[in-house]
Design a protein around this ligand. Structure first.
Ligand code: PHE
Length: 432
């Protein structure tokens, strides 16, 4: 449950539609689905497996599992890499979650009623132009995250997610039904599902791969720590398949809700990170009960983001409390505070720092690319290599405990050959 809550988040509803929009739609979606099934899913299983085998904080789990297989203890660095990735990821993730929090109230106030699509776009641009409003909502979101994690609310978390995930699906379905009634529906469907490889670039390949890891929460140590908390009796394979399935489904539903609106109202699909916030409010302004459904939507999105943010703070907190024996609340405030600080740089990139660029990229774009295009693929590559080549076969077979030998062999083949080669080929083809 908690791992599903980690996987389903802004990545599905905010990021997937906009990266699909920026990379041309259908072909990108197809490659992304392939990456999830053939690379993301096996690596997800590997990460949960390593976590459960290690049974400690990510750093010590990796060291322990490596030593058990007769390998160097230095594999602890892979746990540390995940923690660092989570750190940077959450720093901007929280800013976007803050947008969602702000829009709960914006929608509830009826601000979108009877105004034009253009005015809705302007409302969001005005919001982005205010560093103070962004800081306020970023801080609110980090405070909620810190509060939950400092209490270590395992049970509270599970209960929230049990309501959250079905709720989110329900509202996505309502939105898709609304979109199906708009004249742009078929164009939206075509955009998402009709592959056109003529303009598909190597860069788009890497974006699809990076997003597959992002959306499954792979290579950020989140799944290492949730693996460590997973009971012995749970099946890692079926848990992972469920996570990947629900995660993909929610992304596709989000795409189906958003693109018809984009085409109906003559917006452009490639506006980037602001896409959801500029398109869905149009639907909320136009549909019956829109203020209610709209604020409910942003509320659920906020909870979905919370399920993810908790899983990004937890690995670092688990490690700090284990390593330095300081209390959980102290470790959480320290971690959360630092993440908050780095996040400020990201939110300023949408206004006063927007044009402060290094090689054409502003701070937010650099951190986003650092995480999605470098740290996630690198971490996933190393996880696959470790699980496939360095961990003994007996240990992984024992830990995965698959009912069927064939299934185990397919998994092993994917982590040994397919995942590492695919990541390497994509990265190398870009470096050329
Ligand atoms: N998978 C989450 C999402 O799609 C993001 C995330 C990444 C969460 C890494 C935890 C760790 O929104």
């Amino acid at each position: 449950m908690a791992a599903t809550g980690s996987a389903v988040g802004l990545g599905n509803i905010w990021k997937f539609p906009y990266v699909a929009g920026e990379n041309g739609g259908g072909a990108f979606v197809l490659v992304y689905l392939g990456c999830v099934a053939l690379i993301g899913l096996p690596v997800l299983m590997a990460e949960i497996m390593l976590g459960r085998r290690g049974g400690r904080s990510p750093v010590n789990s990796m060291a322990r599992v490596a030593v058990e297989s007769g390998r160097s203890e230095r594999w602890f660095l892979l746990g540390l890499l995940g923690i660092i990735t989570s750190f940077f990821l959450l720093s901007f993730y929280s800013v976007i979650a803050g947008w969602s929090a702000a829009y709960i109230f914006q929608t509830a106030s009826g601000a979108f009623r009877d105004i034009s699509a253009l005015q809705i776009v302007e409302l969001f641009d005005d919001f982005l132009a205010s560093p103070w409003r962004l800081t306020f909502w970023h801080s609110v979101f980090m405070l909620i995250t810190i509060t939950v994690v400092s209490f270590g609310l395992h049970r509270g978390l599970e209960r929230t997610i049990r309501v959250l995930v079905p709720g989110l699906f329900l509202i996505l379905i309502i939105l898709v039904l609304y979109s199906a009634s708009t004249p742009g529906f078929m164009e939206g469907v075509r955009f998402l599902f009709k592959p056109d490889f003529s303009e598909f670039s190597g860069q788009a390949f890497l974006v699809a791969l990076g997003h597959a890891f992002f959306t499954l929460s792979v290579a950020t140590a989140s799944m290492l720590i949730y693996g460590a908390y997973l009971q012995r009796s749970a099946s890692i394979a079926s848990t992972s398949v469920t996570i990947a399935f629900l995660d993909t489904l929610s992304a596709i539903l989000a795409g189906l809700a958003i693109f018809p609106i984009v085409f109906t109202y003559a917006l452009v699909p490639d506006v980037g990170p602001t896409l959801v916030f500029k398109s869905l409010p149009i639907a909320f302004g136009a549909m019956p009960g829109g203020s209610f459904f709209g604020s409910l939507f942003f509320l659920l999105l906020l909870f979905a983001a919370l399920g993810s943010s908790i899983s990004m703070v937890e690995p670092m907190v688990a490690w700090i409390t284990e390593r330095w024996k300081i209390s959980r609340p102290k470790a959480t405030w320290l971690t959360g505070g630092l993440i908050w600080l780095f996040g400020v740089g990201s939110l300023l990139s949408f206004n006063i720092w927007q044009e402060k660029r290094l090689l054409g990229w502003n701070y937010y774009e650099i951190v986003d690319a650092l995480v999605s295009l470098l740290l996630l693929p690198l971490g996933a590559l190393l996880l696959a290599v470790f699980a496939g080549w360095f961990m003994t076969r007996q240990a992984s077979e024992d830990e995965l405990a698959m009912p069927n030998k064939r299934l185990y062999q397919s998994w092993r083949f994917l982590v040994r050959y397919v995942a590492p080669l695919a990541v390497l080929v994509i990265v190398i083809s870009l470096l050329r």
